[in-house]
Design a protein around this ligand. Structure first.
Ligand code: F6R
Length: 242
């Protein structure tokens, strides 16, 4: 694994954005796996700024988001669809029909999971997968105990993940209990993984990811087996490792 440490979250975001832009310049048809959450937000901001300065063209890329809540429709401001639209898609020239996000409102969620895997098969493989890291080691919404062989599936969110996400909702009871997520196997098929880790609360998880035994009880440890992982972490995370 290639690890870059930065002094600030801003540097982390800038370096991550530059890496993604370099990849797009090498391959304008890049297939990018996207994450939501706090960590990649700064990177998205830099990508938007660079687009506004005519430094990058997103017209031919394809994107696949990792996950979406169940029962939250696209218009809901807490949907990951709204998140991506507001943080990135509406500001750049990506073609909407080339941006894929699971739909957690479909009558048959099982069919939606299969459909998403078919789309990944048709337009993939993902060239670069952006990941954040859950404090409990989740990647995507693959919670501890998820099979390493899993593909896109429905998950019940753990109390710790629901708590972590409660900050985005007005009422704790509004936090969804389930989500659709790309599986660990689906994530591992990306040619490259770009993992972004920021903040004191992630230091234990990063340590475990790097040095822990590879185990389904801490899903992110599977990344030790991926041939091409780049981690960008702010100093706060690495310096406080114990
Ligand atoms: C989001 C996702 C999650 C987050 C993780 C970290 O699409 O798949 O795995 O990356 O929960 O979230 P933040 O960045 O908010 O700490």
């Amino acid at each position: 694994m290639d690890i870059i440490t930065t002094f600030t979250y801003e540097d982390l975001s800038r370096i991550a954005a530059k890496h993604v832009m370099d990849k797009i310049r090498q391959n304008p048809k890049l297939v990018i796996g996207l994450a939501t959450g706090s960590t990649p937000t700064g990177m998205y901001q830099f990508l938007v700024e660079e687009y506004q300065n005519n430094k990058v063209d997103f017209n031919q890329i394809t994107t696949f988001n990792l996950d979406e809540y169940v029962g939250i429709d696209k218009q809901n401001p807490n949907s990951y669809f709204s998140f991506m639209k507001n943080k990135l898609f509406k500001h750049i020239n990506v073609r909407p029909e080339q941006t894929f996000i699971p739909d957690g409102t479909k009558p048959s969620l099982e069919k939606e999971c299969l459909h998403y895997e078919q789309l990944l098969g048709k337009f993939g493989p993902v060239d670069i997968q952006i990941l954040g890291l859950g404090e409990n080691g989740h990647i995507g919404f693959n919670e501890p105990g998820t099979s390493f062989k899993s593909r896109t599936h429905i998950v019940e969110l753990t109390p710790s993940t629901r708590n972590a996400n409660a900050r985005f909702f007005q009422n704790d009871l509004d936090v969804p209990t389930h989500a659709i997520t790309m599986g660990i196997q689906s994530i591992m098929e990306a040619k490259e993984i770009l993992l972004l880790v920021s903040g004191e609360n992630k230091k234990k998880a990063l340590h475990q990811l790097l040095y822990g035994e590879i185990s389904e009880s801490f899903p992110a440890t599977i990344l030790q087996n991926h041939p091409c992982v780049k981690i960008i972490a702010d100093n706060e995370v690495l310096h406080n490792n114990s």
